[in-house]
Write a protein that binds this ligand. Sequence first.
Ligand code: FAD
Length: 281
Amino acid sequence: MKPSAFEFRNAQTLSEAAELLAEAGGEGKVLAGGQSLGPMLNLRLARPKLLVNIKRASDFRKVAADDKVFSIGAGWTHAEIEDGVLEDPARGLLRYVAHGIAYRAIRNRGTMGGSLAHADPAADWVSTLAALGATVVVLGVGGKSPQKRYAAETFVEGAFTTKLAETDIIAAIEIPRLSTAAKWVYYKICRKTGEFANAIGVVIHDPKTDLSRVVAGATDGPPAMLSKAAARLAESGAEAAGTTVVDEIREALPHLDCDAQGLHAVAVCRALAKLGREQHE
Ligand SMILES: Cc1cc2nc3c(=O)[nH]c(=O)nc-3n(C[C@H](O)[C@H](O)[C@H](O)COP(=O)(O)OP(=O)(O)OC[C@H]3O[C@@H](n4cnc5c(N)ncnc54)[C@H](O)[C@@H]3O)c2cc1C
Protein backbone atom coordinates (compact mmCIF):
# COMPACT_ATOMS: atom_id res chain seq x y z
CA MET A 1 0.00 0.00 0.00
CA LYS A 2 0.98 3.65 -0.31
CA PRO A 3 0.52 6.39 2.30
CA SER A 4 -2.46 8.69 2.09
CA ALA A 5 -1.60 12.22 0.91
CA PHE A 6 0.18 14.51 3.36
CA GLU A 7 1.97 17.84 3.37
CA PHE A 8 5.70 17.62 4.16
CA ARG A 9 7.70 20.30 5.99
CA ASN A 10 11.30 20.44 7.20
CA ALA A 11 11.68 22.06 10.63
CA GLN A 12 14.86 23.98 11.40
CA THR A 13 14.32 23.74 15.16
CA LEU A 14 12.27 21.54 17.45
CA SER A 15 10.16 24.48 18.61
CA GLU A 16 9.35 25.28 14.97
CA ALA A 17 8.26 21.65 14.61
CA ALA A 18 6.05 21.94 17.71
CA GLU A 19 4.45 25.11 16.29
CA LEU A 20 3.78 23.33 12.99
CA LEU A 21 2.17 20.43 14.87
CA ALA A 22 -0.01 22.93 16.75
CA GLU A 23 -1.12 24.54 13.47
CA ALA A 24 -2.05 21.09 12.17
CA GLY A 25 -4.47 20.76 15.09
CA GLY A 26 -3.77 17.15 15.97
CA GLU A 27 -3.42 16.01 12.36
CA GLY A 28 0.38 16.26 12.25
CA LYS A 29 3.25 13.93 13.09
CA VAL A 30 6.99 14.37 13.33
CA LEU A 31 9.32 12.19 11.31
CA ALA A 32 12.63 11.15 12.91
CA GLY A 33 14.26 7.97 11.57
CA GLY A 34 11.05 6.82 9.88
CA GLN A 35 11.72 3.17 10.78
CA SER A 36 8.40 2.74 12.58
CA LEU A 37 6.46 5.62 11.06
CA GLY A 38 7.34 4.63 7.47
CA PRO A 39 5.62 1.23 7.68
CA MET A 40 2.70 2.77 9.60
CA LEU A 41 2.19 5.33 6.83
CA ASN A 42 2.42 2.70 4.12
CA LEU A 43 -0.10 0.49 5.89
CA ARG A 44 -2.26 3.56 6.55
CA LEU A 45 -2.21 2.85 10.27
CA ALA A 46 -1.13 6.51 10.51
CA ARG A 47 -2.76 9.10 8.22
CA PRO A 48 -1.32 12.47 9.21
CA LYS A 49 -2.25 15.52 7.12
CA LEU A 50 1.16 17.02 7.88
CA LEU A 51 4.54 15.33 8.32
CA VAL A 52 7.24 17.45 9.94
CA ASN A 53 10.79 16.25 9.39
CA ILE A 54 12.85 16.98 12.51
CA LYS A 55 16.02 15.20 11.42
CA ARG A 56 17.65 18.46 10.37
CA ALA A 57 16.49 20.47 13.40
CA SER A 58 19.57 22.16 14.83
CA ASP A 59 18.70 21.20 18.42
CA PHE A 60 17.76 17.55 17.79
CA ARG A 61 21.19 16.14 18.49
CA LYS A 62 22.41 18.29 21.36
CA VAL A 63 24.70 16.68 23.90
CA ALA A 64 25.28 18.08 27.38
CA ALA A 65 27.18 16.52 30.23
CA ASP A 66 28.22 17.10 33.79
CA ASP A 67 29.71 14.72 36.35
CA LYS A 68 26.30 13.25 37.28
CA VAL A 69 24.17 13.29 34.13
CA PHE A 70 24.72 12.83 30.40
CA SER A 71 22.03 14.33 28.17
CA ILE A 72 21.59 12.78 24.73
CA GLY A 73 19.65 14.66 22.05
CA ALA A 74 16.72 12.50 20.91
CA GLY A 75 17.98 12.43 17.31
CA TRP A 76 21.06 10.26 17.83
CA THR A 77 20.66 6.95 16.05
CA HIS A 78 20.96 3.46 17.45
CA ALA A 79 23.98 2.91 15.16
CA GLU A 80 25.79 5.99 16.44
CA ILE A 81 25.26 4.81 20.01
CA GLU A 82 26.38 1.29 19.04
CA ASP A 83 29.52 2.67 17.40
CA GLY A 84 30.49 4.71 20.44
CA VAL A 85 30.27 8.03 18.58
CA LEU A 86 28.91 9.33 21.87
CA GLU A 87 30.22 8.73 25.34
CA ASP A 88 28.33 5.91 27.09
CA PRO A 89 27.38 7.18 30.58
CA ALA A 90 26.08 3.69 31.44
CA ARG A 91 29.46 2.03 31.15
CA GLY A 92 28.76 0.04 27.99
CA LEU A 93 25.08 -0.73 28.56
CA LEU A 94 23.87 1.72 25.89
CA ARG A 95 26.28 0.34 23.29
CA TYR A 96 25.32 -3.22 24.12
CA VAL A 97 21.60 -2.54 23.87
CA ALA A 98 21.93 -0.53 20.64
CA HIS A 99 23.83 -3.38 19.01
CA GLY A 100 20.90 -5.74 19.65
CA ILE A 101 18.23 -3.51 18.08
CA ALA A 102 16.92 -4.82 14.74
CA TYR A 103 19.59 -4.93 12.05
CA ARG A 104 22.13 -2.38 10.89
CA ALA A 105 20.00 -0.67 8.20
CA ILE A 106 17.34 0.10 10.82
CA ARG A 107 19.91 1.12 13.42
CA ASN A 108 21.43 3.55 10.90
CA ARG A 109 18.23 5.59 10.86
CA GLY A 110 16.17 4.76 13.95
CA THR A 111 16.58 7.20 16.83
CA MET A 112 16.42 6.86 20.58
CA GLY A 113 13.71 9.53 20.76
CA GLY A 114 11.66 7.90 18.01
CA SER A 115 11.80 4.58 19.77
CA LEU A 116 10.58 6.10 23.05
CA ALA A 117 7.82 8.10 21.36
CA HIS A 118 6.62 5.07 19.41
CA ALA A 119 6.49 3.14 22.72
CA ASP A 120 6.40 -0.37 21.39
CA PRO A 121 6.42 -2.32 24.69
CA ALA A 122 9.03 -4.66 23.21
CA ALA A 123 11.42 -1.83 22.28
CA ASP A 124 14.82 -2.03 23.89
CA TRP A 125 15.28 1.62 24.93
CA VAL A 126 11.98 1.69 26.82
CA SER A 127 13.20 -0.93 29.32
CA THR A 128 16.82 0.21 29.36
CA LEU A 129 16.08 3.86 30.09
CA ALA A 130 13.55 2.93 32.77
CA ALA A 131 16.18 0.76 34.43
CA LEU A 132 18.75 3.54 34.30
CA GLY A 133 16.40 6.04 35.95
CA ALA A 134 16.62 8.31 32.90
CA THR A 135 14.53 11.44 32.37
CA VAL A 136 12.71 12.21 29.11
CA VAL A 137 12.89 15.92 28.25
CA VAL A 138 9.95 17.07 26.17
CA LEU A 139 9.42 20.30 24.31
CA GLY A 140 5.86 21.56 24.04
CA VAL A 141 4.41 24.58 22.32
CA GLY A 142 4.73 28.21 23.51
CA GLY A 143 4.55 29.45 27.08
CA LYS A 144 7.39 30.62 29.23
CA SER A 145 8.69 27.18 30.09
CA PRO A 146 7.72 24.80 27.32
CA GLN A 147 9.86 21.96 28.69
CA LYS A 148 8.35 19.01 30.51
CA ARG A 149 10.31 16.25 32.15
CA TYR A 150 9.18 12.68 32.78
CA ALA A 151 10.83 9.75 34.51
CA ALA A 152 11.46 7.15 31.79
CA GLU A 153 9.83 4.47 33.97
CA THR A 154 6.46 6.28 33.89
CA PHE A 155 6.77 7.91 30.46
CA VAL A 156 5.31 4.90 28.66
CA GLU A 157 1.76 4.42 29.88
CA GLY A 158 0.78 1.41 27.80
CA ALA A 159 1.38 -0.20 24.43
CA PHE A 160 2.08 2.64 21.96
CA THR A 161 0.87 5.18 24.54
CA THR A 162 3.03 7.77 26.27
CA LYS A 163 2.67 10.97 28.21
CA LEU A 164 3.28 12.99 25.01
CA ALA A 165 0.57 15.46 24.01
CA GLU A 166 -0.14 15.95 20.30
CA THR A 167 2.28 18.85 19.94
CA ASP A 168 5.00 17.48 22.22
CA ILE A 169 8.42 16.49 20.93
CA ILE A 170 11.08 14.54 22.78
CA ALA A 171 14.14 16.77 22.73
CA ALA A 172 16.58 14.79 24.84
CA ILE A 173 17.07 11.95 27.29
CA GLU A 174 19.02 12.60 30.47
CA ILE A 175 20.89 9.55 31.71
CA PRO A 176 22.41 9.43 35.19
CA ARG A 177 26.01 8.27 35.04
CA LEU A 178 26.86 4.87 36.44
CA SER A 179 29.95 4.73 38.64
CA THR A 180 33.02 2.57 38.07
CA ALA A 181 31.60 0.14 40.66
CA ALA A 182 28.41 -0.43 38.67
CA LYS A 183 27.46 -3.77 37.18
CA TRP A 184 24.68 -4.36 34.69
CA VAL A 185 23.19 -7.21 32.72
CA TYR A 186 20.74 -6.91 29.83
CA TYR A 187 19.08 -10.19 28.89
CA LYS A 188 16.88 -10.17 25.80
CA ILE A 189 14.85 -13.20 24.78
CA CYS A 190 13.89 -13.10 21.12
CA ARG A 191 13.42 -15.68 18.41
CA LYS A 192 16.25 -14.38 16.22
CA THR A 193 19.05 -11.91 16.90
CA GLY A 194 17.89 -8.43 15.93
CA GLU A 195 14.21 -9.05 16.48
CA PHE A 196 11.90 -7.35 18.91
CA ALA A 197 12.07 -9.03 22.32
CA ASN A 198 9.59 -11.50 23.78
CA ALA A 199 10.98 -10.73 27.21
CA ILE A 200 13.73 -8.51 28.59
CA GLY A 201 15.47 -8.63 31.96
CA VAL A 202 17.53 -5.60 32.94
CA VAL A 203 19.49 -5.56 36.16
CA ILE A 204 21.67 -2.72 37.35
CA HIS A 205 23.54 -2.53 40.64
CA ASP A 206 25.63 0.51 41.40
CA PRO A 207 26.57 0.60 45.09
CA LYS A 208 28.34 3.96 44.76
CA THR A 209 25.30 5.81 43.41
CA ASP A 210 22.77 3.70 45.34
CA LEU A 211 21.09 2.55 42.15
CA SER A 212 19.58 -0.92 42.21
CA ARG A 213 17.07 -1.72 39.53
CA VAL A 214 15.45 -4.94 38.38
CA VAL A 215 13.18 -4.53 35.36
CA ALA A 216 11.02 -6.92 33.37
CA GLY A 217 10.59 -5.46 29.89
CA ALA A 218 8.77 -6.33 26.67
CA THR A 219 5.56 -6.91 28.59
CA ASP A 220 2.30 -5.86 26.92
CA GLY A 221 2.58 -2.41 28.54
CA PRO A 222 5.14 -0.36 30.44
CA PRO A 223 8.17 -2.18 31.83
CA ALA A 224 7.55 -3.72 35.25
CA MET A 225 9.83 -2.22 37.89
CA LEU A 226 10.47 -5.07 40.35
CA SER A 227 11.09 -3.04 43.48
CA LYS A 228 11.22 -5.97 45.95
CA ALA A 229 13.87 -7.72 43.90
CA ALA A 230 15.76 -4.42 43.56
CA ALA A 231 15.74 -3.93 47.35
CA ARG A 232 17.01 -7.50 47.87
CA LEU A 233 19.69 -6.90 45.25
CA ALA A 234 20.93 -3.83 47.13
CA GLU A 235 20.80 -5.54 50.55
CA SER A 236 21.81 -9.13 49.90
CA GLY A 237 23.01 -9.50 46.31
CA ALA A 238 21.79 -10.99 43.06
CA GLU A 239 21.15 -14.55 44.28
CA ALA A 240 18.82 -13.38 47.05
CA ALA A 241 17.04 -11.04 44.64
CA GLY A 242 16.35 -13.96 42.30
CA THR A 243 14.24 -15.73 44.92
CA THR A 244 11.58 -12.99 44.85
CA VAL A 245 11.26 -12.64 41.08
CA VAL A 246 8.62 -15.25 40.20
CA ASP A 247 6.16 -14.00 42.85
CA GLU A 248 6.79 -10.35 42.05
CA ILE A 249 6.22 -10.87 38.34
CA ARG A 250 2.93 -12.61 39.13
CA GLU A 251 1.91 -9.58 41.24
CA ALA A 252 3.13 -7.01 38.70
CA LEU A 253 1.70 -8.69 35.61
CA PRO A 254 -1.38 -10.58 36.89
CA HIS A 255 -3.22 -10.31 33.55
CA LEU A 256 -0.56 -12.32 31.68
CA ASP A 257 -0.93 -16.09 31.44
CA CYS A 258 1.53 -18.24 33.34
CA ASP A 259 3.48 -18.99 30.16
CA ALA A 260 4.18 -15.29 29.55
CA GLN A 261 4.85 -14.66 33.25
CA GLY A 262 7.31 -17.56 33.17
CA LEU A 263 9.17 -16.13 30.19
CA HIS A 264 9.57 -12.76 31.92
CA ALA A 265 10.75 -14.51 35.07
CA VAL A 266 13.33 -16.45 33.06
CA ALA A 267 14.71 -13.25 31.46
CA VAL A 268 15.02 -11.48 34.82
CA CYS A 269 16.40 -14.51 36.70
CA ARG A 270 19.02 -15.13 34.02
CA ALA A 271 20.04 -11.47 34.17
CA LEU A 272 20.36 -11.72 37.96
CA ALA A 273 22.27 -15.00 37.77
CA LYS A 274 24.75 -13.47 35.32
CA LEU A 275 25.15 -10.42 37.52
CA GLY A 276 25.71 -12.70 40.51
CA ARG A 277 28.48 -14.55 38.71
CA GLU A 278 30.15 -11.26 37.83
CA GLN A 279 29.87 -10.05 41.41
CA HIS A 280 31.81 -13.11 42.57
CA GLU A 281 34.58 -12.81 39.98
C1 FAD B 1 12.01 -4.73 11.13
C2 FAD B 1 12.17 -3.89 12.37
C3 FAD B 1 12.75 -4.43 13.48
C4 FAD B 1 12.91 -3.67 14.63
N1 FAD B 1 13.47 -4.24 15.73
C5 FAD B 1 13.60 -3.53 16.85
C6 FAD B 1 14.18 -4.09 18.02
O1 FAD B 1 14.64 -5.24 18.05
N2 FAD B 1 14.25 -3.32 19.13
C7 FAD B 1 13.78 -2.03 19.15
O2 FAD B 1 13.87 -1.39 20.18
N3 FAD B 1 13.25 -1.47 18.07
C8 FAD B 1 13.15 -2.17 16.91
N4 FAD B 1 12.60 -1.57 15.81
C9 FAD B 1 12.12 -0.18 15.90
C10 FAD B 1 13.25 0.79 15.57
O3 FAD B 1 14.11 0.86 16.69
C11 FAD B 1 12.74 2.24 15.26
O4 FAD B 1 13.84 2.96 14.90
C12 FAD B 1 12.11 3.01 16.36
O5 FAD B 1 11.03 2.32 16.94
C13 FAD B 1 11.52 4.34 15.85
O6 FAD B 1 12.52 5.29 15.73
P1 FAD B 1 12.53 6.29 14.52
O7 FAD B 1 13.53 7.34 14.83
O8 FAD B 1 12.67 5.56 13.26
O9 FAD B 1 11.08 6.98 14.63
P2 FAD B 1 9.93 7.27 13.50
O10 FAD B 1 9.65 6.00 12.79
O11 FAD B 1 10.40 8.43 12.69
O12 FAD B 1 8.76 7.71 14.43
C14 FAD B 1 8.05 6.77 15.23
C15 FAD B 1 6.93 7.51 15.98
O13 FAD B 1 7.48 8.38 16.96
C16 FAD B 1 7.18 9.76 16.67
N5 FAD B 1 8.43 10.47 16.96
C17 FAD B 1 9.66 10.25 16.43
N6 FAD B 1 10.59 11.02 17.02
C18 FAD B 1 9.92 11.76 17.94
C19 FAD B 1 10.32 12.76 18.87
N7 FAD B 1 11.61 13.13 19.02
N8 FAD B 1 9.38 13.32 19.66
C20 FAD B 1 8.07 12.94 19.54
N9 FAD B 1 7.62 12.02 18.68
C21 FAD B 1 8.54 11.43 17.89
C22 FAD B 1 6.74 9.80 15.23
O14 FAD B 1 5.83 10.86 14.97
C23 FAD B 1 6.08 8.44 15.08
O15 FAD B 1 4.79 8.47 15.60
C24 FAD B 1 12.46 -2.32 14.66
C25 FAD B 1 11.86 -1.76 13.52
C26 FAD B 1 11.71 -2.53 12.38
C27 FAD B 1 11.09 -1.89 11.17
